[in-house]
Design a protein around this ligand. Structure first.
Ligand SMILES: *Cc1c(COP(=O)(O)O)cnc(C)c1O
Length: 261
């Protein structure tokens, strides 16, 4: 099957359908509807919530269909995968975000092209990123990741370490603080998920007193973005609800996580 000159393999059509553009459009429309309803339930303006599509494991050639469906920012968990896709799709001119943990030896790749980084969680990383961005003459929007679930598998600062960390951010002029990020507990029980979002909101309310730029909350994924919006999310990071189920288990991204959370 050919679409827009892109040949789809059997595996592609099994995962994304014969017409990925129409499938992505339909999925986006349903996510949009759910965002609208969540906003309406708590009296928020739809314009106050940004949808950040998470494209991990979606092959670069399939992302051309996502572009055609209107998506202009792609978020990836792993920097190697992001770099390969960025290079393959450079002419599209989309924005790339990194939402996953970054090893310090990978800083140079991120600094080269990423617009946003949602997993800042150490001084050493902040320092290395700042230096590298200066060499590239670039700036980076950053969200400070906080571990609100207490799970060891999750990256991010301990909540008690947040304010001292926030007070150091002024030393890194190439990092543009935007807000806080968290991954809630992986659970279908929303009574356990919501407190993670509520905690991040309370921490944000403290953090903005020290640095007014840290005003946004990056929280909520396919399984919990509506609850996140009700708890105040400004950015929701949504993958599977747009691109379909991933072949890789979540434990691939969060080592130590039970595969059936
Ligand atoms: C994969 C991922 C998401 C999106 O998860 P989905 O279940 O695909 O919506 C959000 N945030 C981070 C950090 C991720 O790695």
């Amino acid at each position: 099957m050919d679409h827009e000159g892109i040949r789809l393999s059997v595996a592609d059509t099994e995962r994304f359908g014969r017409n990925p553009v129409s499938r992505f459009r339909a999925n986006l429309a349903s996510v949009e509807e759910r965002i609208d309803s969540a906003c309406a339930r708590v009296g928020r303006d739809r314009g106050s919530v940004r949808l950040l599509p998470v494209t991990k494991t979606v092959p670069a050639h399939i992302l051309r269909f996502a572009y055609e469906a209107g998506i202009r920012s792609f978020a990836e968990n792993k920097i190697q995968e992001a770099t390969a896709k960025h290079d393959a799709l450079a002419e599209l001119g989309v924005d790339w975000s990194i939402v996953g943990h970054l090893q310090t030896n990978k800083v140079k790749y991120l600094a080269r092209f990423a617009c946003e980084f949602h997993a800042l969680d150490s001084l050493r990383l902040a320092d290395l990123l700042n230096n590298r961005l200066e060499r590239e003459d670039r700036f980076l929007d950053v969200y400070v990741q906080v571990n609100t679930s207490g799970e060891e598998s999750k990256f991010g600062l301990h909540p008690d370490a947040l304010i001292p960390f926030v007070d150091t951010l002024g030393q890194f002029p190439r990092l543009k603080p935007r807000g806080l990020m968290t991954l809630a507990l992986f659970s279908a029980d929303m009574a356990k998920v919501r407190p993670c979002f509520a905690m991040l909101r309370r921490l944000r309310d403290e953090a903005v007193k020290r640095n007014a730029a840290l005003s946004e909350l990056s929280m909520g994924m396919s399984g919990d973005f509506e609850e996140a919006i009700e708890e105040g999310a400004d950015v929701v990071r949504v993958g599977q609800a747009i691109f379909g189920k991933r072949p890789t288990p979540d434990s691939h991204y969060w080592p130590g996580l039970a595969e059936t959370a």
